[in-house]
Design a binder for this molecule. Structure first.
Ligand code: B3K
Ligand code: ZN
Length: 873
């Protein structure tokens, strides 16, 4: 495959001002007529031909300014249309006719059908599967789209922008015209047509614009969209309050469909969603699903400004819109729910997803400099680490400085296709800060290590900091970066000590140390007692912290740190270290009783919100422990170490856990998805897991399953039964009941597939084999494929990594099959292999063999080939 390089960027030779499309949808095909109003860019070579992108297209007709073009003047290949001898500088109108077969489009890129509904996905390069076009994000145009279809098959006809004319046509057909007045890149184009139900509402913007809101669903499901609608209205209000951003069209439409490659898509005025991120009901969705819907609805809405009004110059700048928009959705959730709980969840996600990516063969900088398949760069590094970089900017510049930079960005770049340099310049110009060193974060891949040592004597605390960055797979630079380190000095009474730093090498502003050199020292003087140093509060930088700190100090911070995040981090460090050591030594020693006692006390600490308590007592998952072990991982030892830890906590805490759990129950109260109710359920279910482990029998979990009046509790109990008591009659009965009650509900059936695929028992391999022949299993639906294959490969460490390699082979075979239908989803699932080199030699060989066999297939997609080549390199 060809490599695309950032350094090869050239501005477009032709600019498109306006696009008119007439799209006629029929059963079996779609006729697309596109008129591109374009002109040669100023300064462009007048002899340069017009080269338009295509992907598996066939040209039906081509006309320039109303006249057919002489066939000698153009070449139409499936992937490119080249037209020579175009006017030097005059505007021209190029009419292109193409004919598509949405029914056979299994890649789910371009125009396809999902459960009969016509829909599109164009980011990153799907528009070129609809028509020939300069399909690059720096070509912005207004669009007018006329859709036509059978009234019966598609009473709803939607596209971007505002609705214009509509009406009936002969033969039971009808049409609708949509006008999008905001210039946009082609990747934001969308259409949806079909039989859909709708939930309607409205919003009035701060300046008084009335916006019609609608959430469309498959027939019969609109009543499951009420929470999504509520989240949308809250997002719109929040963006006005927090960033001064108003909505800019008369309508905002959201459509939920079944077959979708990712979570959702921010098409201008017409967001298309995987129905998993819209449809909710207490009986079918967990609290995590509710939180996910809120986040994704907000994220796509926020893209209207960060992504749509200001888009990316090229795909290397993807983090410009994604990192920033994730930061914005995280802040929204923090404001709407509980800030510390949200921050812990984000950091947990970052460590689980982004750290392994940054430390393995798929490593790349937040702004990559080369790619073979752009769809493989919608990664945790671009999204989640990208968001951390924006968060660091906010930490470094302070709230007012950050807001001033954002305001300037919106003012200066509205309507632009911008770069990271443009973005950073706004913050530099607004605040006077020099961000040259900070910019390294975008270009240097890898997780920096931050080493901290402290010494105390004569009322003086000396803190030495050292940063380092190892060269990894990406081979990028390792210069010292600007690391903002938020900290606190915690006194014996649990209050922060206000201590003046003695002038030193590192600059301190308030509670932030600015580490800008490889090494620095900070000294605090006049301390009456030795404080406990709480470092990297709120995870102020995406680094691995190596703090030489005694266990006593960590235990003290776990109890005392006034910063909730600091308490969580102290506990999770202690747990992580104990589990890592046990997994390496392959022993099943019980946990340090003092750590156990700290966990049990946390669970019972009334003044802490239950959601936070649930996070604090969570035992790190097996993949997290494997990451901490780092090399020669034995997944069986990891599993045993984790089980032993659960047993120690369960035994010591049983009595108090019982009391806390009883105290949480609010029987008779109707279900509410709000954050504090969800937090109580999270804590209650975490305790149920420990209680079931202590009792070593399934009765209590089974009763909880049977009596559950919502999906969160049902799912939690079913997971305890299936995972901790596999093969028991209670587990079997729960799984059967679950299946029979929800077989007709695809989103719940997905949960059932995942639940079974993640049972940490060697026999699960036979189960997944059997499940792949289940009548409801299909590779054609990405959610279903992810539920089974992804559930198994990323959610079942013990069986995926079976010593005999069967887990690897089964997964690789499925990926080979899936690749023929849907390369993007196959490539994404293949990243489950990204840490294969950190396993012990036998498994490493098995993984290499399975990957090599898959890679040897001659017909692999560019998407999967790219992932496999990088994973094996
Ligand atoms: N921008 C889309 C992702 C598109 C992925 C293309 N492979 C969703 C989002 O980040 O909001
Ligand atoms: Zn996004």
């Amino acid at each position: 495959g060809q490599k695309i390089r950032l350094s090869d960027y050239r501005p477009p030779a032709f600019l498109v001002r306006h696009v008119e499309m007439r799209i006629a949808l029929h059963d079996g095909h779609a006729a697309v007529e596109t008129t591109i109003h374009a002109r040669r860019a100023e300064g462009a070579d007048p002899a340069e031909p017009l080269v338009l992108d295509g992907d598996h297209l066939s040209l039906v007709a081509l006309a320039l300014d109303g006249t057919a073009i002489d066939p000698r003047r153009f070449d139409a290949a499936p992937d490119r249309l080249t037209i020579r001898d175009l006017p030097g500088s005059d505007a021209f109108a190029l009419r292109i006719e193409t004919r598509l077969e949405p029914e056979t489009n299994t890649e789910l890129m371009g125009l396809y059908r999902s459960n009969g509904i016509w829909c599109t996905q164009c980011e990153a390069e799907g528009f070129r599967r609809i028509t020939y076009f300069p399909d690059r994000p720096d070509v912005l145009a207004t669009y007018r789209v006329r859709l036509e279809a059978d009234h019966e098959a598609a009473p709803v006809l939607l596209s971007n922008g505002n609705p214009s004319e509509s009406g009936d046509l002969d033969g039971g057909r009808h049409f609708a015209v949509w006008d999008d007045p905001h210039p946009k890149p082609s990747y934001l184009f969308a259409l949806v047509a079909g039989r859909l139900d709708v939930l309607r509402d409205g919003f009035r913007t701060a300046s008084g614009r009335a916006v019609d809101l609608a959430v469309y669903t498959e027939p019969g499901l609109a009543d499951r969209a009420t929470y999504a609608m509520d989240a949308l209205k809250r997002s719109m209000a929040w963006d006005e309050r927090r960033f001064g951003r108003e909505y800019d069209l008369d309508v905002f439409n959201v459509v939920a469909i079944s077959d979708f490659n990712m979570g959702a898509m921010e098409n201008k005025g017409l967001n298309v969603f995987n129905h998993k991120y819209v449809l909710l009901a207490p009986d079918t969705a967990t609290d995590a699903d509710y939180a996910g819907v809120e986040t994704v609805i907000a994220h796509e809405y926020f893209h209207n400004w960060t992504g749509n009004r200001i888009t990316c110059r090229d795909w290397f700048q993807l983090c410009l819109k994604e990192g920033l928009t994730v930061y914005r959705d995280q802040e929204f959730s923090a404001d709407e729910r509980a800030r510390t709980v949200k921050r812990i969840a984000s950091v947990h996600g970052l460590k689980a997803q982004q750290f392994p990516e940054d430390q393995g063969p798929l490593q790349h900088p937040v702004r990559p400099t080369q790619y073979r398949e752009i769809n493989n760069f919608y990664t945790a590094t671009v999204y989640e680490k990208g968001a951390e970089l924006v968060r660091m900017l906010a930490t470094i510049l302070g709230e007012a400085g950050f807001r001033a930079g954002m305001d300037l960005y919106f003012a200066r770049h509205d309507g632009d296709a911008a770069t990271i340099e443009d973005f950073l310049r706004c913050f530099a110009d607004a605040t006077g800060a020099d961000l040259a060193q900070f910019a390294l974060w975008y270009d240097q891949a890898g997780t920096p290590e931050l080493e901290v040592q402290e010494s105390f004597g004569d009322g003086r605390l000396t803190v030495s900091l050292r940063q380092s960055l190892a060269k990894g797979a990406a081979g990028t630079g390792t210069e010292p970066m600007h690391i903002p380190v938020r900290f606190g000095l915690v006194g014996a009474d649990g209050a922060d000590i206000a201590a003046e730093p003695v002038a030193g090498a590192a600059e301190i502003e308030g509670d932030v140390i600015h580490l800008v050199t490889a090494e620095a020292e900070v000294v605090f003087d006049g301390l009456a007692e030795r404080p406990r140093l709480s470092m990297l509060r709120d995870f102020s930088a995406p680094v691995t912290l190596r703090h030489e700190q005694s266990r006593e100090d960590k235990l003290a911070l776990a109890r005392l740190d006034p910063n909730g995040f600091g308490r969580w981090r102290a506990l999770s460090d202690l747990l992580g270290e104990a589990l890592r050591a046990a997994a390496v030594a392959a022993d099943e020693a019980p946990l340090d009783p003092r750590l156990v006692e700290a966990l049990v006390e946390c669970a019972a600490e009334e003044r802490l919100e239950p959601a936070l308590r649930a996070q604090m007592i969570a035992i790190p998952g097996e993949s997290e422990i494997a990451r901490l072990v780092g090399a020669n991982v034995d997944p069986e030892a990891v599993h045993r170490a984790r089980e032993a830890a659960i047993r120690s906590v369960a035994r010591a805490g049983a009595e108090r856990f019982r009391a806390v759990r009883d105290g949480l129950s609010r029987s008779g109260e109707p279900f509410s998805p709000d954050a504090s109710s969800a937090g109580r359920r999270a804590l209650g279910n975490a305790l149920l897991m420990f209680l079931s482990a202590a009792a070593a029998e399934p009765a209590e979990a089974f009763a909880a399953f049977r009596d559950a009046d919502n999906m969160t509790d049902r799912m939690a109990a079913a997971t305890i039964l299936a995972h901790r008591f596999p093969g028991s009659s209670e587990a079997e009965e729960a799984l059967d009941r679950f299946h029979d009650a929800f077989e007709a509900d695809p989103l719940v059936l997905d949960k059932w597939f995942t639940l079974r695929a993640t049972v940490p028992d060697p026999a699960t391999l036979d189960v997944v084999r059997e499940l792949s022949r289940h009548p409801k299993f299909t590779l054609a639906n990405p959610n279903r494929a992810r539920a089974l294959i992804g559930g198994f490969a990323t959610g079942n460490q013990r069986v995926f990594h079976r010593a005999d390699g069967e887990g690897y082979r089964w997964t690789a075979d499925r990926l080979g099959e899936l690749d023929r239908l849907n390369p993007q989803t196959a490539a994404r699932l293949a990243t489950a292999f990204r840490s294969w080199r950190s396993y012990e030699a036998g498994r490493r060989e098995q993984a290499r063999a399975a990957l090599s066999t898959l890679a040897a297939r001659p017909d692999l997609s560019r998407d999967l080939r790219d992932i496999l080549d990088r994973t094996l390199s």
